[in-house]
Design a protein around this ligand. Structure first.
Ligand SMILES: Cc1ncc(COP(=O)(O)O)c(C=O)c1O
Length: 413
């Protein structure tokens, strides 16, 4: 890298990002991020915070008063929940069906929790009965699981999980980073206690701020540990009896005061990210949740048809596949990473690699948020076909695009 290069204007190459996220950001969101900054207690800005809470209540389909945003990538909201709710020795149950279940486990362990894991092989999901049996046996304080795990492209049905948890007096936590807005997640109807996400998948925003919603049950646990930083403590404030949360940044009690009318001076809100989050939610709700779920579902069917039309095999139990991400086996005798690099070099298209037991075996192709559109799916399939041919894989000419197009045509596109 020369000194001259460092002083060149930032000019990223044009890409179509068809991986498991992040994906291309909606230009309207980029536009919102360039709006003038405001002071964090400017009434115009606190009003934007309030509006953002209203919008995310609709996104999460909840009446939860506590629907706020955490500054940081998606895992910042996971950490906020865990560090604020879990105390050393608390029991946590994590049903793991991919890499991000292991992430939940690790974060809970870092909080000193006694974590019990149940696992299924990558490519399938749990029968709710398996989760109920484990909850009955472990009697955890918290059950933490993903809705969609991008590492396997599987989506765990959650309809019964909240109810199971409440029957055994456990708090349910769902990581919906990869699935929120790509598929249905009615938080209140499914009786989920806390759900968190990120912007960089189906919400079509950049990584860097994390929506979270939680009910009064969770708020009560947090308030039992309420401490306030000395320099900003109101006169007469008496700390709660519970242990002080080990993180200042992710202390949900102080964050609740920051986001409510109390307007406690905690961190400096990430102004441009708040604008981004507000714009992401506004765009989604303007389209409508049902329409956006349908858009992702049709894209999924078209992607499967296209990949199979190329003679490839889709990974995992298709019945439980996330609509916004599709795993596909890499044909024998080709170097999957080299082929991915060719797609990027020749077509400017990024598809995803894979982790753990799937590394080198599957690619993960995303169609989500702003990118979840017919022309992107067709372009990606056409590029994949050409790349396979360049690697001496014999593929039916036009088989991918034709099959996907048939699916789109059958649905009026
Ligand atoms: C299901 C799931 N959970 C958590 C994360 C972590 O998100 P972040 O990298 O934004 O912290 C991801 C990222 O891909 C994810 O797919």
């Amino acid at each position: 890298m020369s000194v001259k290069e460092i002083f060149e204007e930032l000019n990223p190459p044009q890409r179509l990002i068809m991986g498991p996220g992040p994906v291309n950001v909606d230009p309207r969101v980029l536009n919102a991020m360039s709006m003038p900054l405001l002071g964090q207690f400017d009434p115009a800005f606190t009003e934007y915070m309030n509006e953002t809470m209203v919008l995310y209540r609709q996104i999460f389909q909840t009446k939860n008063r506590w629907t706020i945003l955490i500054d940081g990538t998606a895992r910042s909201a996971i950490e906020t929940f865990m560090v604020s709710v879990l105390e050393p020795g608390d029991k946590v149950l994590v049903p793991v069906f991919g890499r991000f279940g292991h992430l939940l486990t690790e974060i809970a362990e870092r909080c000193g929790a006694d974590v019990e894991v149940i696992e299924v092989e990558w490519g399938v999901v749990f029968d709710p009965q398996q989760i109920e049996d484990a909850v009955k046996r472990v009697r955890p304080k918290v059950v933490a699981l993903c809705q969609g795990d991008t590492s396997t492209t599987m989506a765990q049905p959650l309809e019964e999980i909240g109810e199971i948890c409440s029957r055994y007096d456990a708090i349910s936590f769902v990581d919906a980073t990869a699935s929120l807005v790509g598929m249905d997640l009615p938080v209140d109807k499914w009786k989920l206690d806390c759900v968190s996400a990120g912007l960089q998948k189906c919400l079509a925003g950049p990584p860097g701020i994390a929506p979270i919603t939680f009910n009064d049950k969770v708020a009560e646990i947090v308030n039992r540990r309420k401490h306030i930083e000395k320099g900003i403590r109101p006169e007469g404030f008496v700390a709660a009896k519970g242990s002080m949360v080990a993180s200042n940044y992710f202390d949900l009690g102080m964050l609740m005061d920051y986001w409510s009318d109390t307007r406690l001076n905690h961190h400096t809100e990430a102004t441009s990210m708040l604008y981004a989050a507000r714009e992401c939610a506004r765009i989604v709700l303007k389209e409508g949740l049902i329409d956006i779920f349908d858009r992702h579902s049709l894209a999924s069917r078209a992607m499967i048809a296209g990949l199979e039309g190329l003679g490839l095999k889709v990974f995992g139990d298709k019945k439980y596949k996330m609509p916004n991400a599709t795993g596909v086996y890499i044909p024998d005798h080709i170097d999957g990473e080299a082929a991915r690099a060719q797609m990027l070099h020749d077509f400017g298209i990024e598809i995803g690699t894979s982790f753990g037991p799937l590394h080198g075996k599957i690619w993960r192709i995303g169609a989500m948020g702003y990118n979840c559109r017919k022309h992107n799916i067709l372009t990606c399939l056409a590029a994949l076909e050409a790349t396979l041919r360049q690697n001496n894989v014999s593929v039916p000419a036009g088989g991918g695009v034709d099959a996907a197009l048939k699916e789109f045509r059958a649905n009026g596109q």
